[in-house]
Design a protein around this ligand. Sequence first.
Ligand SMILES: *[C@@H]1O[C@H](CO)[C@@H](O)[C@H](O)[C@H]1NC(C)=O
Ligand SMILES: *[C@@H]1O[C@H](CO)[C@@H](O)[C@H](O)[C@H]1NC(C)=O
Ligand SMILES: *[C@@H]1O[C@H](CO)[C@@H](O)[C@H](O)[C@H]1NC(C)=O
Ligand SMILES: *[C@@H]1O[C@H](CO)[C@@H](O)[C@H](O)[C@H]1NC(C)=O
Ligand SMILES: *[C@@H]1O[C@H](CO)[C@@H](O)[C@H](O)[C@H]1NC(C)=O
Length: 362
Amino acid sequence: MGIKLSISLLIFLFLSFANFGSVLIDGSPIAPALYVFGDSLFDSGNNNFLPTLAKADFLPYGVNFAKGVTGRFTNGKTVADFIAEFLGLPYAPPCLSIHKSTILTGLNYASGSCGILPETGSRLGKCLNLKEQMDLFEKTVRSDLSGHFKNPNDLAEYLSKSIFIVSVGNNDFLNNYLQPKLYNTSKRYPPPQFAQLLMGDLSHHFERLYNLGARKIVMFEIGPLGCTPSIAKTQNHSGNCAEGTNKLASIFNDKLRATLANLTFTFQGSLFVLGRANGIGYDAITSPLKYGLEDGSNPCCTTWNNGTSACIPWAKPCFQPNSHFFWDAFHLTESASSVIATGCFNDTTVCTPLNIKKLVQV
Ligand SMILES: *[C@@H]1O[C@H](CO)[C@@H](O)[C@H](O)[C@H]1NC(C)=O
Ligand SMILES: *[C@@H]1O[C@H](CO)[C@@H](O)[C@H](O)[C@H]1NC(C)=O
Ligand SMILES: *[C@@H]1O[C@H](CO)[C@@H](O)[C@H](O)[C@H]1NC(C)=O
Ligand SMILES: *[C@@H]1O[C@H](CO)[C@@H](O)[C@H](O)[C@H]1NC(C)=O
Ligand SMILES: *[C@@H]1O[C@H](CO)[C@@H](O)[C@H](O)[C@H]1NC(C)=O
């Protein structure tokens, strides 16, 4: 009896542990896997393994986690982590932390400071650009995943039901186009042509993802970049959003909507979903109270250069991180990420034409 009880307790503890990060402790996942691509908004620790200045491997990053620092560029969970929870899956671990993967619930390839163009972010050190992330995913499929399935059809079925989420493009502006002293793209391309250049590359990477077996792909818009404290506090003397910079993001996002619709139309059986993070983010920044937040404009952590940069290592963050939209001068707090992830999961005006709850059922 005693032994039986402790065995069931062990099994329970094991199951709870295996389901770490899942709300469905006793249920089963509603999708087989979550694969994550993109930039620092989604990076779960890949940059810990790379020689770069763009790292979040020190407190107060990660304060919300019991184990502390993970390499995430926020105080706690990212949008990708919330989506993993809602799907009943564990958080996708950084692919660079794993040599030969036996993990079937998904991996995270996102890398802080990188973007769509290979030169984006390079002045900070090494990061994984979107092409390199696709190369790594191809390696995962061919060398790791294929051995776990009886035949190619089972693997194809698994990939077609998995959810792929992407947040990329922010750094092609922040760490490229908007840095005219370091990059010449703003001299070479007017905004619409630059956005078009990014769409060409992006379409090419998505075609590759489709050819590797992905079918359900959610790409988030880039944020209202002019509202990030790094830009708002340096470009608008009132400290409000720099609307000219927001316009650049809108040009990109308008083209993104058309590009994703075209990809769905072109590639049979695919569903490319647009995550409308820009509008909801702008609304939460300018009307924080509506979303249970108090401060939409100041970073919570103590940053370098008067609130316009990354968190200062070990410096004490604000008293109530959950009341802020921004964690540092670029990144969202866990509570802001929760707003976007919840919207995308349940609301078809945020993730469109299908929210993730519907996307898994297709
Ligand atoms: C812009 O920079 C690239 C290298 O990053 C260089 O190859 C190119 O010639 C430059 N173009 C102009 C117009 O300066
Ligand atoms: C500064 O912020 C105000 C208020 O939001 C806005 O009306 C104005 O256009 C902004 N100025 C610039 C240069 O973006
Ligand atoms: C749609 O996609 C096809 C194939 O990738 C491409 O040739 C075409 O230019 C795209 N159309 C638009 C409007 O983006
Ligand atoms: C930071 O802000 C304070 C007060 O607004 C100002 O006096 C100081 O010069 C600023 N420091 C830097 C490095 O910008
Ligand atoms: C989605 O909506 C359902 C029903 O309204 C609710 O029970 C669930 O908690 C919501 N999920 C998320 C992630 O918000």
